[in-house]
Write a protein that binds this ligand. Structure first.
Ligand code: MSP
Length: 480
């Protein structure tokens, strides 16, 4: 099976700019970056889209609480997103903001008009509850005791208003069938099952707009100035508006749609696996190929939250350990298919064992021997990935892919133990040199395998091998 050759389009969710990004958001984004880098190494034209979901009441409230004018608050927070991405080595191709009237609104409005054309938008009265935390219409049965939203611990608003509805019910069966057949692949299988069970319970139409006077931000509904789009309707369209859908220049859209992978957390699965495909079907557009649904990152076993005081700031970790260490932890210590945990203690332990003593030390030992005993650098060679590595990436099993690289690190460590080349080379020069050559060769292969995960470290190792020199400083300094 060949995975090479075509373009690759991967998206992060667009984040609410109501607070700085934490490790959970860094996680989603890093998964996307790893997938994108893998495809770039294969030489495919690759596009990574990310952005901010701004037309939300949550954002308006946050700006008010901070006492900062809304536009400035948005700019500041979004600037902070960019800083984190830079610090983490996220190579994104575009950052889309949903308040961007030039790059986002035309696409959102064009898609709306397609839904109208298909007869899937109608007016009705919404009478019920709305949770601003979730930006979601909720029903009594969604709530926990005390009438609070279970995910957001807040009292939903009671609404009675005229809205436009989207005829979601009309597409439920088709969406289910496409998910069932993996035409729309939901990973992992447990999430696929969860969505199918949800759809089989019956899916009702969904309110798709809000009265303009009730919300501060929002994209105007075409031909009706009194209404703005429901924030999820607006947000989901970012995946195509950013590519130029509904605009004059839609080259990117033609080249990259449908998305190869939408990466989302499990909390926003239904929006992506039910509403979004239904919108696309209604508009006659192709569906994304894969939705990767990852778990939640907890800290000390509990959901990260400001009130619990266990929010881990990615900048802090980057400052102490470097971005590559953060990327390593997220890729290797967290399975993309389950919840994962991160604490400062565990991070340090993993860092010292796997990076300082592991890869870093291995590189130093091998390259010190190489510099001393090899006459010249290894001849250049093109490296490829093993089939099971391709397979892991194809299945978005990021951890399985980096595990392959790391089993090679352990194998090399053992090999050095067994063969003791630093001793051998003194009594049997040729035999020692042959082993050292093999070690360098295999180290270079490890660097290749690590390129999507630890791009800087991989490049450093490749450079050492190319010039046949030992590192001047440890790749990863031990942290006490
Ligand atoms: N704005 C919506 C997404 C719209 S996409 C068309 C949203 N934003 S969010 O900022 O609340 O969350 C964005 C992503 O971050 C989600 O995929 C969510 O699962 C993820 N995470 C937020 N907290 C997280 C953890 N603690 N752990 C892992 N991911 C987490 O939802």
């Amino acid at each position: 099976m060949s995975y090479e050759g075509k373009g690759f389009y991967v998206t992060t969710p667009i984040y609410y700019p109501n607070a700085r990004l934490h490790m959970g958001h860094a996680y989603t984004t890093t998964l996307c970056d790893i997938l994108a880098r893998y495809h770039r190494v294969l030489g495919e034209s690759t596009y990574l889209l990310t952005g901010s979901d701004e037309n939300s009441e949550k954002v308006v409230r946050a700006a008010q609480a901070a006492g900062i004018p809304l536009a400035q608050y948005l700019n500041d927070i979004v600037m902070g997103f960019g800083e984190l991405y830079n610090a983490l080595g996220i190579g994104f191709d575009q950052f889309i903001r949903t308040t961007d009237q030039v790059n986002h609104w035309p696409g959102a409005q064009a898609l709306w008009l397609r839904l109208v054309q298909s007869g899937d938008i109608y007016r009705a009265t919404y009478q019920g509850l709305y949770c601003v935390g979730a930006e979601s219409f909720v029903t009594e049965k969604d709530l926990r005791e005390g009438g609070l939203c279970p995910d957001h611990d807040e009292q939903p608003q009671v609404l009675e208003e005229e809205n436009y509805y989207f005829r979601l019910s009309r597409y439920a069966d088709t969406v289910a069938q496409k998910i069932e057949s993996d035409e729309l692949r939901i990973l992992p299988a447990s999430r696929k099952g969860e969505v199918l069970a949800f759809i089989r319970q019956g899916v009702a139409d969904v309110s798709f707009s809000r009265p303009k006077e009730k919300v501060a931000l929002g994209i105007p509904v075409p031909h009706d100035e009194t209404q703005v789009m429901y924030v999820w309707c607006d947000a989901l369209t970012n995946y195509i508006s950013a590519l130029g859908y509904g605009r004059e220049d839609n080259t990117l859209f033609t080249q990259f749609w449908p998305a190869d992978v939408h990466v989302v957390g499990k909390d926003i699965l239904r929006f992506h696996a039910v509403i979004w495909p239904a919108m696309l079907l209604s508009a006659g557009l192709p569906l994304p190929r894969t939705i990767l649904v990852h778990g939640m990152l907890t800290s000390g076993g509990r959901k990260m939250s400001k009130s619990l005081g266990n929010v881990i700031d990615p900048h802090e970790l980057i400052a102490s350990y470097g971005a590559e260490a953060v990327r390593y932890y997220l890729a290797r210590e967290v399975s993309p298919f389950e919840d994962g945990d991160i604490t400062h203690e565990k991070f340090k332990e993993v860092y010292n064992a796997q990076l300082a003593n592991g890869l870093g030390n291995l590189t130093s030992r091998i390259m010190a021997m190489a510099e001393r005993y090899l006459e010249e650098p290894l001849p250049q060679e093109r490296h490829s990935f093993p089939e099971k590595y391709h397979e892991a990436m194809h299945n978005c099993d990021i951890k399985a892919a980096i595990d392959i690289a790391w089993s090679e690190v352990s194998a090399l460590d053992r090999y050095i133990q067994e063969t003791q080349p630093f001793k051998l080379v003194k009594i049997h020069r040729e035999g020692g040199v042959a082993i050292i050559t093999e070690l360098v060769e295999r180290l270079r292969h490890i660097a290749h395998l690590l390129t999507p995960f630890l791009p800087e470290t991989a490049a450093k190792i490749q450079e050492l091998v190319r010039t046949n020199t030992k590192p001047e400083a440890p790749l990863f300094l031990r942290v006490e």
